[in-house]
Design a protein around this ligand. Structure first.
Ligand code: PMP
Length: 392
């Protein structure tokens, strides 16, 4: 259609640079093995840490909700779209997270956008880790607050930024709990101490820690025994929880404030009953089936050790996210393609998601993988890695 030539030109440029990406549809449900392009492959690219996307209790909860309440809510939360189950789930989640209250947003992305954009004004400053998730960056872009970036997990640089920020009304420090591209954990005990020393508010994004770290998967704050010392916990319901949505767990005052000011919350229709009831069932699963989390960590250790023994560079990973850092973007995509050929789906990730020269195949094992599948995947990595001269 005439008028979109400028978009097509940019797309053509992306194609010539080799960064144009096709979406890759799965032909089966999510799981340790999936079918892509008619081929069964081991799934190492999903965030379905505990395999909850097709857990029988979750599916049943969703089915019951559809039968009883239908498929949609017909309104935003603040008009006619709050069902009692929404509030029941928020109370349950707050209790699980050891906070006074919680509020659910449509996604983790809009949670970060909604929280950051609404609670900060031009008299405030936000201090952010340089590798924080895009949704935090976009949330910061939407505020009128001053911005400071500190070097990745560098607490000395964070202290410098805090010292330079004495004149602001509110200093808000924001960090991912687990960083999604490297799988390393933020040094929260040191960050909490600095925030207490400089009277700053701390916000932690537990997207990759909820259901993964802490007692029964309560997250990174519980992992470090910091309950009650982090002002704002945010996270997603779409990774380990296996469904969809985002949450903020904090004080009743913050919840009430966001109900009035959190724009994605205010102006977007609420979650369908099946989503909320499945999320609620996920909390029960976390509380009653902690062996899933043990299996996740056991699998993560087996796979990470295996990659390291083969000689791959797995960076600073400490969690089930294990990057295989290759450096060159073209080589990285070649590795991903070869892995697919050998029966493994592990996506290559390059610039701008990670820095130039830091391209990697990012792997995430789940509680659903068997040791045999993981060994099969390691064999594929060995074969592909040797063929491409990434390992000896
Ligand atoms: N924060 C982090 C750290 C994430 O990795 C993600 C998911 N990519 C999000 C927020 C967004 O969550 P959601 O997919 O639920 O929008």
């Amino acid at each position: 259609m005439k008028g979109f030539e400028y978009l097509q030109n940019e797309l053509d440029e992306m194609k010539s640079e080799g960064v144009f990406r096709e979406l890759i549809p799965l032909e089966t449900e999510q799981g340790s093995k999936v079918v892509i392009k008619g081929k069964e492959v081991i799934q190492l690219s999903s965030n379905n840490y505990l395999g909850l996307t097709d857990h029988p209790r979750m599916k049943q909860a969703a089915l019951n909700a559809v039968e009883k309440y239908g498929v949609g809510t017909g309104s935003v939360r603040t008009i006619a779209g709050t069902l009692s189950m929404h509030e029941e789930f928020e109370r349950k989640l707050a209790e699980f997270k050891h906070t006074e209250a919680s509020l659910v947003f449509q996604s983790g992305f809009t949670t970060n956008q909604g929280v950051l954009s609404s609670i900060l004004g031009k008299e405030d400053v936000v201090i952010s880790d340089e590798l924080n998730h895009a949704s935090i960056i976009d949330g910061i872009r939407l505020t009128k607050a001053a911005r400071k970036i500190y070097k990745h997990v560098d607490v000395e640089d964070l202290e410098r930024a805090l010292k330079e920020s004495a004149e602001y009304r509110v200093r808000l420090v924001v960090t991912d709990g687990v960083f999604s591209m490297d799988g390393n954990i933020a040094p929260l005990p040191e960050i909490v101490e600095l925030c207490e020393k400089y009277d700053a508010i701390l916000m932690v994004d537990d997207a990759h820690s909820s259901g993964v770290l802490g007692r029964n998967g309560r997250g990174s704050i519980d992992h470090f025994d910091l309950n009650g010392r982090v002002h704002i916990q945010v996270g997603t319901l779409s990774k380990a929880i296996g469904v969809l949505g985002g949450y903020v767990a904090s004080t009743q005052a913050l919840r009430d404030y966001l109900v009035h000011k959190g724009r994605p919350f205010l102006f977007s229709t609420s979650h369908p009953p099946a989503v909320t009831e499945a999320c609620s069932a996920a909390i029960d699963v976390l509380l009653e089936e902690p062996e899933l989390i043990d299996k996740l960590w056991d699998n993560a250790k087996f796979f990470k050790d295996g990659l390291q023994k083969l000689g791959f560079d797995t960076g600073k990973s400490e969690t089930p996210i294990t990057p295989v850092i290759v450096g060159d973007a073209t080589l990285c995509h070649e590795l991903s393609d070869k892995l697919f050929e050998y029966g493994v789906f592990a996506q290559g990730i390059g610039f701008p998601t990670v820095a130039k020269g830091q391209a990697r195949v990012r792997t995430i094992v789940t509680a659903q993988h068997t040791k045999e599948e993981l060994q099969e995947a390691l064999d594929a990595f060995e074969k592909a890695g040797k063929e491409l001269n990434i390992i000896k």
